[in-house]
Design a protein around this ligand. Structure first.
Ligand code: ADP
Ligand code: MG
Length: 699
């Protein structure tokens, strides 16, 4: 590999390239656009486009694309070549400012939840200059937002950008109250830790379930699972290591700050974490990371599984969303400072996050709800579907003393008084040892751990930014014009803690007694499935918050509601149908083959030995397998009936509830006899690779 410092960002049209290739005037005009979100005039756009094209061609690009994130959650691109015919039969390479700024993909097949009526089916894409353009697969990729002609967001990026703006605006108001006149911008940052599985491609190709749904729908537990915990942080196997090296190089070229990599708990499971960046860029980079992971894996004859739960019985994959707010002057607002003044400010932002998470726990839960992630949340290995915050004992004590004006039992007994006392230093270093909390304070950031590995990080950050912005707005409304700021702030935070401390829980989130306490004593929500979570999106308090902060319009909310439920139903329908198909056309014939072998053996034995004594084993096994065959047949028919009933229902809430209540159970009922039969059938007859092979082959 070439030197990392040389390859890093080599395929990115970043600040270095802009500075080198644009006129000073154009460069500054573009920087202003990026910084202040202004629109770019067409002359400047033409010059930027020309420079981008020249640069991209030098990097081997022949095409360009507006790269966007429709509501499917994956990225979309439509390639156009730069070529343009010249009168003498040659071609010239062209790319105008207009093409840079706006695109019109024929995107009528992307989900719009009814936002884009067919007569205006052509949504448009608009350049997002806050995320750098880059070259991938001989194509200049221009990060863009995707909207309908009515201006409604058809993507995940637009609401995210709006939420960052909303948080910026409200946080600045609060910072002003603390006298921070020099701060011009508050930025949210994210570092997403990405988990994934790597399995052998030849084995993957033999499994319909993996190919069609991304996860195994059948499979008996192997004799060895993850119980020895010998994989976590273990030595990385050579084939995996060479994949990781290749992956890092690709990501570095694209300017992705891939930083740490290690084995995870389950066999064949790994993690990659980048250094954090601005939420918008982190989102683009995470989408790229997932895409490049899959691509690089294939080169190594591996398949990268990003599904939340590829295997039953071993850990699923999540994506920890490390989130913080910071100023353009370099202050992390979630870090306690060295002066009483800074600490009052820190506690204010801390309380705002706590209040936001409590008030909008429903929306946060919803923001990570998919059929795939339902397999993981609450499954005794991932955070429960109930949201709570881990603060750590020290900080919890600080808030308690603030709430009650009681002495804080730290190094010295003091009554926490805002703006007067310095926070004890020790909790700054206390790293989080609690791995079971869905939302953990980890010293200078919060880590939201409910995300599934394949989730786009856009939506949960949109909701998180919006929720915090909403609380900060109320704080600012209450405190602007206050005659006695410290006293009023003190009272405001006391009230906030009193009303929202129920969300704070420092214990074991995997414990059943916690779910009982959370739901029955504290009144926290336990929205177990996606079908349960979606209705909250239409609740008045949530619609009011999201529309008043201009994150989503009402019709944009409605669209997301419809698309979310539709995806849920479709996913489970595909899973159910795949199971029926595999059971009938692969599993049943395999068992029958083995039964035939047994019966041949039985006849052979009877012929040689004669009498009743011979063939006891074969008789017994044939009886067991025959019963299982009948059960599989019956359960497959029942599941098919359920799926046919769903088909007549459409894809709304009613269908989602039906699917939740019937398809999932039907799938479990069909899987059980199949997995049992697997353990009793000859390995050579079994039609696809078992868990043992899938999980332990890659060396
Ligand atoms: P752990 O597994 O202990 O949580 P990792 O190093 O795997 O730690 O991941 C931590 C992630 O948090 C990294 O992506 C890191 O860049 C990110 N991070 C660190 N500080 C901040 C911050 N202030 N804001 C947002 N993300 C941060
Ligand atoms: Mg972490």
């Amino acid at each position: 590999m070439e030197k990392v410092t040389e390859i890093f960002g080599s395929l990115v049209f970043d600040d270095r390239v802009m500075k080198a290739r644009l006129s000073t005037e154009t460069y500054h005009s573009l920087k202003r656009t990026i910084k202040e979100g202004r629109s770019l005039d067409s002359k400047v756009a033409d010059e930027v486009a020309a420079a981008m094209k020249e640069w991209a061609i030098e990097k081997g690009a022949t095409h360009f694309t507006h790269w966007f994130q429709p509501m499917t959650g994956v990225t979309a691109e439509k390639h156009d070549s730069f070529i343009s015919p010249a009168p003498d039969g040659r071609v010239i390479m062209e790319f105008s400012g207009k093409e840079l700024i706006k695109g019109e993909p024929d995107a009528s097949s992307f989900p719009s939840g009814g936002l884009r009526a067919t007569f205006e089916a052509r949504g448009y894409t608009a350049w997002d200059p806050t995320s750098y353009a880059f070259v991938k697969d001989h194509t200049l990729c221009i990060p863009t937002a995707f909207c309908s002609y009515g201006g409604e967001a058809l993507d995940k990026k637009t609401p995210l950008l709006r939420s960052m703006e909303a948080l910026n605006k409200q946080a600045l108001r609060v910072l002003k109250l603390f006298g921070n006149e020099d701060v011009k911008r508050v930025i949210t940052s994210v570092g997403p830790e990405q988990e994934y599985f790597l399995i052998d491609r030849d084995q993957y190709e033999q499994r319909e379930d993996l190919k069609l749904t991304g996860r195994t729908l059948f499979g008996a537990m192997p004799s060895k699972g993850q119980e020895l915990d010998d994989h976590y942080f273990g030595v990385i196997k050579p084939r995996v290591l060479s994949f990781m090296e290749d992956l890092n190089e690709e990501l570095w070229k694209l300017g992705v700050l891939a930083k740490t990599e290690h084995n995870e708990v389950a066999p064949s499971q790994h993690e990659l974490a980048p250094i954090y960046s601005t939420t918008n860029v982190a989102t683009d980079h995470n989408q790229l990371t997932m895409e490049i992971m899959k691509k690089v894996a294939l080169r190594h004859n591996l398949v990268c599984l990003l599904h939340e739960k590829p295997f039953a019985g071993v850990n699923g994959s999540g994506k920890h969303n490390n989130w913080s707010m910071g100023t353009d002057t370099g202050v992390n607002l979630l870090t306690p400072g060295d002066t009483p003044h800074e600490n009052a400010q820190f506690l204010t932002f801390l309380c705002a996050v706590i209040e936001a998470v409590d008030r909008y726990q429903d929306l946060l839960r919803l923001s990570v709800a998919t059929a795939e992630n339902d397999n993981r949340l609450g499954a005794n290995e991932a955070p429960p579907a109930v949201i709570s915050i881990f603060l750590g004992d020290e900080l919890t004590e600080v808030l308690k003393s603030l709430e009650n004006d009681t002495p804080y039992d730290g190094t010295e007994k003091t009554v926490m008084k805002l703006g007067v006392h310095v926070l004890p230093k020790f909790f700054r270093d206390t790293t989080d040892r609690n791995r079971t909390s869905p939302f953990a304070f980890t010293g200078n950031k919060f880590e939201f751990r409910m995300l599934g590995s394949s989730n786009s990080i856009a939506t949960c950050n949109t909701i998180l930014n919006a929720a915090v912005a909403d609380v900060l707005r109320e704080y600012a409304d209450a405190l602007e014009g206050s005659a006695d700021f410290n006293t009023d702030l003190h009272k405001l935070l006391q009230k906030s803690i009193k009303e929202h401390k129920r969300i704070i829980f420092n214990g074991n989130g995997y414990d059943d007694s916690w779910i009982d306490e959370a739901v029955n004593k504290r009144g926290l929500l336990n929205l177990r499935t996606t079908a349960d979570a979606y209705p909250v999106l239409l609740e008045k308090k949530n619609v009011d918050m999201l529309t008043s902060l201009k994150i989503y319009s009402e019709s944009e909310i409605k669209a997301r509601y419809e698309i979310g439920l539709e995806n849920y139903c479709k996913r489970l329908n595909i899973e159910g149908r795949t199971m029926v198909d595999m059971a009938r056309r692969e599993i049943l014939p395999a068992i029958e083959t083995y039964v035939k072998e047994l019966s041949d053996t039985y006849s052979a034995k009877a012929a040689v030995v004669g009498g009743d004594g011979a063939g006891t084993f074969e008789k017994k096994r044939i009886a067991t397998l025959s019963a299982l065959v009948d059960e599989i047949d019956t359960k497959a028919d029942q599941l098919e009936d359920v799926l046919n009933t769903y088909k007549s229902m459409g894809d709304g809430q009613e269908a989602a509830n039906y699917v939740r209540d019937n398809v999932l159970d039907g799938m479990t009922a069909l899987r059980k006899p199949c997995d049992e039969a697997e353990t009793l059938t000859s390995q050579k007859d079994w039609p696809f690779p078992t868990y043992e092979k899938l999980l332990f082959t890659v060396k």
